[in-house]
Design a protein around this ligand. Structure first.
Ligand SMILES: Cc1cc2nc3c(=O)[nH]c(=O)nc-3n(C[C@H](O)[C@H](O)[C@H](O)COP(=O)(O)OP(=O)(O)OC[C@H]3O[C@@H](n4cnc5c(N)ncnc54)[C@H](O)[C@@H]3O)c2cc1C
Length: 380
């Protein structure tokens, strides 16, 4: 049995961030992942301006693994295309394998212990400690953080309910990549019913994918059709798309005595855009603060973390869910001109670039979407 203070399960952006923050605060932390790094993860690899702000210190490093920066979004819907300039700093596009390896390196440099290539099999939280068992070792600590993605074993082990999740399929295409796709981000609401497709250029290759709220869509064949429609027939014959859940909508309960869930394990991907790196980083910072405070006051109950995150992100998440349901069911809504001469379509580039839903949408639209205002949030 290995004694430590905090066990972090999962070393994606959320887990690496928690381990870095705790280690910097002088707390003994072990970061465990079943994969060796750089493992890859199905992901568009888009880092929005708000996620970039959270990674300001890391991005300042010359080693930060950015592939490219994009300032133009082409939005397609109902057979039409509109191009938007999103200005500076633009969206960074990067390889997840490289980003995640970089962030795990940062956690190690900060003093976190790492155990990679060793899956967690069991998590138990008792009155006075948590135990986390991997294939190779058993850890005993004061807290466990579940940063272990969509299928979180920490959430399951601690009895936090599962549920159905939408899925996305993606593939890396190229090199080479055709000239007409090498510069802009393409977001295509015609690519798949109940969702959207994307084409993100990353220098020598493209990330191409589709995601849908509908469980009926067969994503792999649909992605092949989409690739062919883009003129990427040759690539379509070569790639094998990977399908992965996109955990949206925020779990009701994100923490309790001696545990907290962050990122995908907490289901913090944005319900409209699927952006999840921002939610992983933001929740990681909140979990670090909650653990530091719990140690300071000598009370291992982390329930305040769940309440705080619901207060900060709950309303935004509901608005994004309501807009996603409405817009993906009826894409014509995007083009409709509302009184005051504005269209939802024109708000999307800002939202896709990581803007706030609450800040972007006119009050009248939020009312039309029937988003409950804060009532349930107060119960959490
Ligand atoms: C196709 C697709 C495209 C996406 N595109 C974007 C995008 O462009 N931009 C964006 O911001 N977000 C995107 N997302 C969402 C984003 O990828 C996730 O929200 C983000 O990776 C969440 O980070 P995380 O640290 O919470 O979890 P993850 O990155 O999933 O990391 C979880 C880690 O836990 C480990 N793990 C799991 N189980 C165990 C276990 N039992 N024991 C030990 N380790 C375990 C895994 O190996 C993994 O390393 C996309 C998602 C999908 C599916």
């Amino acid at each position: 049995m290995i004694a430590t203070e905090v066990v972090v399960v999962g070393a994606g952006p959320g887990g690496a961030r928690v381990a870095t923050g705790l280690a910097k605060a002088g707390i003994d932390v072990v970061l465990i992942d079943r994969a060796e790094f750089g493992r890859d993860k199905p992901c568009g690899g888009a880092l929005t301006p708000r996620a970039q702000r959270l990674l300001e210190a890391e991005i300042a490093s010359t080693e930060f693994p950015v592939s490219t920066r994009v300032r133009t979004i082409r939005l397609r819907s109902e057979g039409r295309e509109v191009t938007y300039d999103i200005g500076d700093p633009g969206v960074m596009l990067l390889r997840r394998a490289a980003l995640d390896a970089f962030l795990v390196g940062g956690a190690r440099d900060a003093g976190a212990h790492t155990q990679l290539g060793s899956g967690v099999r069991r998590v138990i939280a008792c009155e006075d400690a948590v135990t986390v068992s991997t294939v190779d070792a058993v850890y005993r600590g004061d807290f466990v953080v579940g940063a272990d993605g969509a299928g979180s074993i920490v959430a399951r082990g601690l009895g936090i309910a599962g549920g159905v999740m939408p899925r996305a399929a993606s593939a890396d295409v190229g090199p080479p990549i055709p000239d007409h796709l090498d510069r802009d981000m393409i977001v295509d609401l015609d690519a798949v019913p109940g969702g959207y497709g994307w084409v993100f250029p990353k220098g020598d290759h493209l990330s191409v994918g589709i995601g849908s709220l509908s469980a009926r869509i067969r994503l792999r064949p649909r992605l092949h059709e989409y690739l062919e429609g883009l003129g990427l027939e040759a690539a379509s014959n070569q790639v094998r798309p990977r399908v992965h859940p996109v955990p949206l909508g925020m779990r009701e309960r994100l923490s309790g005595r001696r545990f907290a869930l962050v990122g995908d394990a907490a289901r913090l991907a944005d319900p409209f855009t699927g952006e999840g790196i921002y939610g992983a980083l933001r929740s990681a910072d909140a979990a670090v603060r909650a653990i530091i405070e719990a140690r300071r006051v000598g009370n291992p109950d982390l329930s305040g973390y769940s309440r705080q995150l619901w207060q900060k992100m709950g309303r935004e998440t509901r608005i994004a869910s309501a807009l996603a349901r409405a817009a993906f069911a009826d894409p014509g809504l995007l083009w409709r001109v509302f009184p005051g001469k504005w269209r939802i379509l024109d708000l999307l580039p800002g939202i896709l670039a990581g803007g706030s839903f609450c800040g972007s949408l006119p009050r009248g639209l939020i009312d039309r979407l029937h988003v409950p205002v804060g009532v349930d949030d107060r119960r959490r």
